[in-house]
Design a protein around this ligand. Sequence first.
Ligand code: UDP
Length: 263
Amino acid sequence: MSRRKPLYEGKAKILYEGPEPGTLIQYFKDDATAFNNQKKGTIRSKGVLNSRISAYIMERLNDIGVPTHYIRSLNMREQLVREVEIIPLEVIIRNIAAGSICKRLGLKDGEPMPKPLIEFCYKDDALGDPLVGEDHVLVFGWADVIELEEIKMQALRINDFLSGLFAGINIRLVDFKVEFGRAVEDGQYRILLADEISPDSCRLWDIDTGDVMDKDRFRKDMGKVEEAYQEVARRLGVLPSDQEMEAHEGTIVDIESRKGGSK
Ligand code: UDP
């Protein structure tokens, strides 16, 4: 197999050059970070579980006409995706108050929002991804008016769809973060959903028990992190079988060796 060139290594994923122009390979790592990189660790099999969960969600979103960067899965940790120019915003949609908004606005953890709330954070690790308003987005040219409207519309559509999808498996979608990019299609720029949607980027609570089934288990040292991600995958019907996992372990050496020297 030819060695692919890593183009970018983030906290949880690596992007490699794709097989054709305009494509990339998105590789999901087991690494986990929180609190703007101050807490680091690994969650066993997280890359596999997030790749499967995110692929499933992106496929379902593609089915309902939400344009995404996802093309197809190549193996348990790698996806072929469209290359996009990332819009430097973390778009957060909240249905229930949790996390940073509770501190910021004095809300009670678990309090439902009057309606879904969209927030924007400027993607800049050195600045700690500060919260910004729509005017910042326009004034600094991160997106234009039409793109911003499209992003908000898609974010709400994704929220509606995912809230239903998760409710169907007895999970409450508390909040989540998405990222968008632009790519040229038929000579025009188009907004596509990019990155991933997984328990790393969503807050997911079991509807009956209130159990936390997302990265907060890692952030708050609650234990059973891998088990929670597995349970989300299981309920979505995408948990790999033991045989698939065993076969995958055998290919890890291959994939790791491709990272050659990028340590
Ligand atoms: N989130 C994320 N990446 C970030 C920040 C937040 O995926 O860099 C997700 C987070 O998992 C949660 C939602 O966005 O589902 C809202 O996060 P919040 O602003 O409450 O920040 P936190 O409390 O996680 O620091």
